[in-house]
Design a protein around this ligand. Sequence first.
Ligand code: FE2
Length: 468
Amino acid sequence: MDLSAFPYLQGNYAPVAQECDWSESDLTLEGKVPDKLVGAFMRDGANAAFQPNYYVYPLDGDGMVHAIYFKDGHVEYKNRWVETNHLKTERKFGRTIYGSVGKLLPVPEDVIEAGGEPSPIRNTANTNVLYHGEKLLAMWEGGFPHLLNNDLSTVGLYDYEGALQPGDALTAHPKICPETGQLISCTQRWDSPNYWVQIFDKNAKHVRTIPVEFERKSIIHDLQITDNYIIIFYAPAFHSVEQAMKGEDPFHWEPERGSKVIVIPRDGRGKNMIFETDAFFSWHYCNGFEKGGKILVDYIWISSIPFTQAQGTGVEKQPRRMYRMTLDPKTKKVTQEQFSDVFCEFSRVDERRMGKEYRYGFAASSNRDWGDAHGYNCTGRYDFETGEVKLWEYGPDANAGEPVHVPNPDSDREEDGWIMCFVYNPEEGAYLSILSAGDFDDGPVAKVRIPTRVPNGFHANWMQGLTL
Ligand SMILES: [Fe+2]
């Protein structure tokens, strides 16, 4: 592959070519791996298998999951591509067939006649990996999720026993309600501007659909829950499939329209509340909750849609900051407060506090001027009680992935858990970092060093109880 034309396929963004199985004797352990943990840390990400024609970060690239399995203080590692129909078709033909979401390619007739995947839009399965209702799913927001086995082998597309209809695109950012175990998710469609909240019970059985109508399809990536509501941001960020097919810039930012915040009752009863504010974009929420009749939402604020055809020219270096938004249902007023001036993304919380009052947010963060690396060299802890931000730096040129809070099974305190993320440091190689959630001053309590590279990726989760 010649990746020289693509800024987001350089350095540790470059894909790896191998699928590996490393036992504990192949891995190098530093410090002490918590021996109470039984489960797996998994992270999905983009790992192009064939030469791209074009590449939009973070939307393109075949999904690959990297996993560290924990049991009785011992660890193992695996990485596998998600075997999507698009990837299987390209492997069968031995070449690139499908284009980028920024520049789609028509699928050749001979590929379709030979039974290859006919959709020009690649189901990348690269965005998130989640374990809910004993289903391990690799997720992408443009189509069905893929069901995986615990060893990361692919079972295939998963439609929730027929709950998803052909053309439904399930979000990669559902939330799990810590009280009911429900999965609060949504579907969108390439052929409709509308949005459907989809609720599944703790066993992954479909419970309810709540439709939300829009005049125009916007890029809605994440959602937030509170005790009573589902919250989404409708930003003036649009994508045109027709323009992508013509090779024109399909992404549009129309700030004069402002952004809307839609608050949807979780029980499907009552009217949605719509709040209007100045235009902003966000990929990720940190958390949200109700307090004193108001709704508070912590999230990563971005000034505009963070990708264009001009990628690599610096346009994507715009600031990203932790913000707290307060919504007043009585006055419909939106108050925005910048929480810190630290550059950050991939915000997470102790999932037992999802939708509830909480103290700590965690995010991939940077203490450097935003350079070409587009990397986060720190894990940040954002204390919403004191306002303090603590950064643990892995090295000036390191890249740290999404930090996942792994609870201590013997404690319900946020501080007693561990914060795990993959780190790549040019001087050290790849490792899983395990920080104490309550103590960012002394750095990782353990590192699991991996002999092969783990490219920068997207979303990660702790899979409680999942073993090989
Ligand atoms: Fe995301």
